[in-house]
Design a protein around this ligand. Structure first.
Ligand code: SAM
Length: 332
C-alpha cells in the first residue's frame, strides 16, 4: 500500500470524493430505505462530533479529496448542521454539496449557502401528491418542490433531483419526471432501486433498469449522451435532450455497475470508513479519534480502507451478501 501520494486502491482508482453521513436519523420513512417504525438510532455518544468530522475531512483533504457531500439519514435534522458546513468550507474543498429530502430545506437554504454549501441534490420520487406521500410515508410534495425553488433562490445550484424508480410503484412517472427536468431545467437523476432497504423488500423484478428508463424517455424526447459524461466520475450517466431542453441522468448501480470509475469513500455518522455502499467490512476511525490517534494514524486508516476496496460491488455475483447496514445507516 502506498504511504504517500493520493488515496489510491489496488486497481489504480484515485479517491477524491468523500461522502459524510452526519446522522443516521431521518424525519421520513421512504419505503425503499427505512421501515415505518424507524430503526434503532445510534446513541448520540457514538455519533461523531462536528470537530471529529472536521478532523477526518481535513486529513482526507491532505490526501487529495477535493469534493465532499453531506448525507444521512437526513443531514438537515442534525442540530447545528450549518456550523458543520462552515467548518468544512474553511477546509477549502472544490465542491461541497448535500443530499437532502428537502423537508426543511426551504427554511435553511439561505444559511446553508452563506456557510459555504455550494449545491444540493433533493430527493423526489413522484410528482403526484398522494403517491409521494405513499412512498415517503411522511412529508408532502409541495414542501419539497418549494424547497427546490428556495435552494435555487439561495444560489445552491445546480439543484439536482434524485428519483428512485421502483417497478409497479412509480415507474409510470418516468415521463412525467423527464418532463419536469425539461420544464424546470433541473437534472433529474433516475436511480435504480438497490438492495439496501431496511425492510428487505428489494427484489430484482422491482428494479427498472437505466436502459429501460432511457428507452422510455427516448421514444418521446430523443436523448444524446451529455459531453460532460466521459470526464465526470459522478455515478450518473448523463444525457441531454436532443432539442436542447435540459438533461437527465441514470444511476445504474444494479444493472450496469460503474465501479471502474469509482472515486468515492464514505464516513458513516458513527465513525466508520466504508469503501463501497455494498461493502461488508468497515474501518472504524472513531476509536482512533477518541484514543489520541495522530493525524498520520488517521491518514493510514483512510489509505488502508481505500486499499482494501474490491474491484466491484458484486451485487450480481451469486455470492453477494447484503451489507448489514441499510442505506440510512450508511449514508447514500
Ligand atoms: N435523507 C436524504 C435524502 O432523502 O436524500 C439523504 C440520504 S438518502 C439515504 C440518499 C439517497 O439515497 C436518496 O436520494 C435516496 O433516494 C437514495 N436511496 C435510499 N435508499 C435507496 C435504495 N434502496 N435504492 C436506491 N436509492 C436509495
Amino acid at each position: 500500500m502506498p504511504t504517500s501520494g493520493p488515496l489510491v486502491d489496488p486497481f489504480g482508482r484515485v479517491h477524491t470524493d468523500l461522502r459524510i453521513s452526519v446522522t443516521d436519523r431521518c424525519n421520513l420513512r421512504c419505503v425503499y430505505c427505512m421501515p415505518e417504525e424507524g430503526i434503532g438510532w445510534v446513541p448520540h455518544s457514538q455519533i461523531l462530533t462536528f470537530e471529529e468530522i472536521e478532523r477526518v475531512a481535513s486529513i482526507a483533504k491532505r490526501l487529495g479529496v477535493d469534493s465532499v457531500r453531506l448525507t444521512g439519514g437526513e443531514p438537515l435534522v442534525r442540530a447545528g448542521v450549518v456550523d458543520l458546513i462552515a467548518k468544512l468550507n474553511r477546509i477549502g474543498f472544490a465542491d461541497l454539496s448535500m443530499t437532502t429530502n428537502g423537508t426543511t430545506l426551504a427554511r435553511l437554504a439561505p444559511a446553508l449557502a452563506a456557510a459555504g454549501l455550494k449545491r444540493v441534490n433533493v430527493s423526489c420520487d413522484s410528482l403526484k401528491p398522494e403517491r409521494f406521500a405513499q412512498i415517503r410515508r411522511r412529508g408532502n410534495l409541495e414542501t419539497v418542490l418549494g424547497a427546490m425553488d428556495a435552494a435555487e433562490h439561495a444560489g445552491l445550484v445546480p439543484v439536482k433531483v434524485n428519483a428512485v424508480v421502483i417497478a409497479g410503484l412509480n415507474d409510470d412517472e418516468i415521463l412525467d419526471l423527464a418532463g419536469f427536468a425539461r420544464d424546470s431545467g433541473r437534472v433529474v437523476r433516475f436511480i435504480e432501486f438497490m438492495p439496501l432497504d431496511a425492510d428487505e423488500a428489494w427484489e430484482r423484478s422491482k428494479v427498472v433498469t437505466g436502459e429501460e428508463i432511457l428507452s422510455r424517455i427516448n421514444r418521446v424526447w430523443p436523448l444524446e449522451p451529455s459531453s460532460e459524461r466521459a470526464s465526470d466520475p459522478a455515478p450518473a450517466d448523463r444525457y441531454r435532450f436532443s432539442d436542447g431542453r435540459g438533461e437527465i441522468g441514470v444511476i445504474t448501480s444494479v444493472s450496469r455497475a460503474f465501479c471502474g470509475s469509482c472515486n468515492r469513500l464514505r464516513l458513516t455518522a458513527d465513525g466508520a470508513i466504508r469503501n463501497c455502499l455494498f461493502a461488508n467490512d468497515e474501518h472504524p476511525v472513531r476509536d482512533l479519534l477518541r484514543s489520541g490517534g495522530s493525524d498520520d494514524d488517521i491518514a493510514m486508516l483512510l489509505r488502508s480502507a481505500v486499499w482494501a476496496k474490491r474491484a466491484g460491488h458484486g451485487i450480481n455475483d451469486p455470492s453477494f451478501l447484503r451489507p448489514a447496514r441499510s442505506m440510512s445507516k450508511i449514508g447514500g
